[in-house]
Ligand binder design. Structure first.
Ligand SMILES: Nc1ncnc2c1ncn2[C@@H]1O[C@H](COP(=O)(O)OP(=O)(O)OP(=O)(O)O)[C@@H](O)[C@H]1O
Length: 276
């Protein structure tokens, strides 16, 4: 495993922000950390890179507990896209080149040409979409084997969004690993191979996309079933975790919605439809 997060917990100002968060990311995988606003995605990423101190739990990177040396093997695009004042794209290139021993300057040069970046322009003057693309370009050029990308596709027009997703896939195909936080559930299958659903600082479910689809079915409300657990409601359908071959296989976004919605009182009653 490239990254293992085990039983991570964090309180901020007396409020429990993360509770017992666990998931893992393998080589060449893209794990989507998916959840609504305020779920704890950014806090999880900050704990992984030790930008904020975790209270409990373990973060294992490349088989070892987090240590400062590992920072040169990880590149991050933060959610706020904050950049240094007065720093040009060329300044950023020099900085990242000095920080990352495996920096790939040819990749960076090609990236700058392909996306038409002016190296003499201040990065703070880029639009939010250009800034996101540029920061991703730095991360992809860093030569690291793990990227942490916080809400990467947020505020992007469809053209840049498609480019960004293409770049994520290309980087993963080279055997690198990516953790991408998002609340955009409809785009997940374009890049993710695995996912962790997070809500109120807890992981509700984590799995590879293929395995998750195998383990769940969508049945009509009122339809009876022999074996399984009712997970949640998706409009008039029910998401069921079951080994029975009933109903329909779910799409990833249906699995996410089912877990996020959870069981309401009338859905708990639906468990009574289980055949004895
Ligand atoms: N420094 C802080 N002080 C107080 N509360 C904080 C702080 N940082 C985070 N929180 C709270 O922790 C919770 C999780 O925030 P976090 O930014 O991790 O969520 P998120 O899933 O990344 O959300 P979003 O999708 O909106 O970016 C929120 O309720 C947030 O208000």
């Amino acid at each position: 495993m490239v990254l293992e997060v085990k039983n991570l917990s964090k309180q901020i100002r007396g409020k429990q922000i993360l509770s017992d968060i666990s998931f893992s990311l393998g080589k060449g995988e893209v794990l989507a950390l998916i959840g609504p606003n305020g779920a704890g995605k950014t806090t999880t990423i900050k704990c992984i890179i030790n930008a904020i101190k975790k209270d409990e739990g373990e973060v294992i990177l490349f088989g070892k507990p987090f240590a400062n040396e590992v920072k040169t093997r990880i590149a991050v695009v933060p959610e706020d896209r904050k950049v240094f004042r007065n720093f040009t794209a060329a300044d950023y290139r020099s900085l990242w080149q000095s920080l990352y021993p495996a920096w790939n300057d040819q990749f960076f040069k090609d990236f700058v040409v392909k996306y038409n970046f002016n190296l003499n322009q201040k990065v703070e003057s880029y639009s939010i979409g250009q800034r996101t693309l540029f920061l991703l370009g730095l991360a992809l050029s860093s030569g690291t084997d793990l990227l942490l990308l916080d809400e990467l596709t947020q505020h992007l027009d469809p053209t840049i969004r498609n480019e960004v997703i293409h770049l994520i896939n290309q980087y993963a195909r080279l055997g690198n690993s990516l953790l991408v936080s998002s609340h955009e559930i409809f785009e997940l299958e374009e890049y993710a191979t695995a996912f962790a659903i997070i809500k109120n600082g807890k992981v509700l479910y984590t799995d590879s996309i293929d395995d998750a689809k195998q383990k769940h079915r969508i049945i009509r409300r009122g339809e009876s079933f022999k074996e399984g657990e009712v997970i949640g409601m998706i409009h008039d359908d029910i998401l069921l975790k079951t080994s029975d071959d009933i109903g329909m296989y779910p799409k990833l976004n249906q699995i996410v919605v089912g877990y996020l919605q959870g069981k309401s009182a009338d859905l708990i009653l639906a468990e009574d439809l289980k055949e004895n």
